[in-house]
Each structure stands twice: as structure tokens, then as C-alpha cells.
Design a protein around this ligand. Structure first.
Ligand SMILES: [Zn+2]
Length: 226
């Protein structure tokens, strides 16, 4: 029964992540084929949004790959991927505006973004070391070591938790600014909203997955100690 519960939990998390990722890819593909009426590329939209927000020190660059778009606060560089940078699609402009949302958060000193940036190094350590430490601890029945591993994993869960409001806020800023600047109109805005909502669900799924894994770890630990 106990094993069934832990594996069932795990399966729920994996399936949720899978569905969210497939949904994002299909929505992005769909709106990559819909051009925006102003024929603005992702790059042009990003530069326009940044200037309109009074941001002049952030560079917009191209990065290879798909859905690799991100804003780097340390470098003040906004990187747009193959299907965003030079594309005039609704999806491209939506993603570009989302990344601008992060740049604006950075400029405003938006607290959840600060907290997220601060927890990056610890979350990286946690995601690399938590499982080896937990496995080692379980193998030798060193429960103090298992607890340290679980604590490190909890940092990863916290990171996923703080990522969620940062991402949702960047998307709502993006949609506001796209509408306000008249970059997208009518149905185009609806398309961009669908792409950004699908992206948000991947973060919800990651968080769900991390919480399930944490619950599973606690179950395993308590079961072993008995
Ligand atoms: Zn984002």
C-alpha cells in the first residue's frame, strides 16, 4: 500500500509535467503560424517595450534553440530564441514581451524576483546534491544525513514556489504592455495570452512535481525509521 501511494504520487507529477509541456509546445506552434498585423519581430517588440518602460541599458540578443528565451538580470541581457527573435508571429511577440516583463521587474526591484535571484545558488546546490545525499543516507541508515538531503530538496521546492508568482506577474505585465502600446490587437492578444498561460502551466506542473517528490521523500524516510 505504502509503495503504491508513493509511486502513484510520482506518476501524477510526471504525467502533469508531460501534459503541460506538450500543451505549451502545441500552443506555441499554433500561434507561431499566426502573424501580427504590425509585422513586428520579437526583437523589435522587445526593444520597443523596453524603451517605453524607460529601460535603455538592456541588450536584446539572439540565442539558439527553442523556448530558450530568458532575461539575465546580472548581465542585463534579454535573449530571444530562434522562433522568437526574428519572427513576426503572435507567439514570438508574446514571449518577447514576457521576457521584457522580467526586465521591468528587475528595474522596479520587484521583491519576488529578488528573492528568486537570491535563492538560485542554493537551489542549484540543492538540485545537484539532495538526491546523492539522500540515497547515501538511506543506504547506511544515517537518518541525520537523509534529513540534510531532504532539507536541500526543500530549498528546490521553495525555488519552484517563488518562481510561480515571478512568471505569472511577468506575463500579466507583458499582456498589459502589448495592449497599451498597441503592439497586438484583438484576437492577437488572445493568442499571446494562450501561449503565456500554457507557459505558466509548465511552472505549476514543476511545482506540483517538486511538492510530490518532497512528500514522497518524507514518506520513505518515516517508513524506514519505523
Ligand atoms: Zn519568465
Amino acid at each position: 500500500m505504502y509503495y503504491f501511494v508513493t509511486y502513484a504520487l510520482l506518476a501524477v507529477g510526471v504525467i502533469a509535467s508531460l501534459i503541460a509541456s506538450v500543451k505549451l509546445k502545441s500552443t506555441f506552434r499554433k500561434y507561431s503560424k499566426v502573424g501580427n498585423s504590425r509585422q513586428m519581430t520579437g526583437r523589435e517588440a522587445a526593444e520597443r517595450i523596453l524603451r517605453s518602460a524607460g529601460i535603455y541599458d538592456v541588450q536584446v540578443e539572439h540565442i539558439s534553440g527553442d523556448l530558450t528565451d530568458h532575461y539575465s538580470p546580472n548581465e542585463k541581457i534579454l535573449r530571444l530564441s530562434d522562433s522568437v527573435y526574428g519572427s513576426t508571429s503572435v507567439a514570438a511577440v508574446g514571449v518577447a514581451a514576457h521576457e521584457c516583463g522580467h526586465a521591468i521587474q528587475h528595474q522596479e526591484g520587484y521583491a519576488p524576483l529578488k528573492l528568486r535571484s537570491l535563492s538560485v545558488p542554493l537551489a542549484n546546490v540543492g538540485s545537484k546534491l539532495s538526491w546523492p545525499i539522500i540515497v547515501l543516507g538511506l543506504a547506511f541508515s544515517w537518518y541525520r544525513v537523509v534529513d540534510i538531503g531532504i532539507l536541500l530538496f526543500a530549498v528546490v521546492v521553495f525555488f519552484q514556489l517563488i518562481t510561480l508568482p515571478v512568471e505569472v506577474n511577468a506575463s500579466s505585465r507583458a499582456l498589459r504592455v502589448l495592449e497599451g502600446n498597441g503592439i497586438l490587437v484583438d484576437q492577437e492578444l488572445g493568442g499571446a495570452r494562450k501561449v503565456l498561460t500554457a507557459a505558466a502551466f509548465t511552472y505549476v506542473a514543476s511545482l506540483l512535481n517538486a511538492i510530490i517528490q518532497l512528500a514522497r521523500l518524507l514518506l520513505i524516510r518515516n517508513n524506514r525509521r519505523r
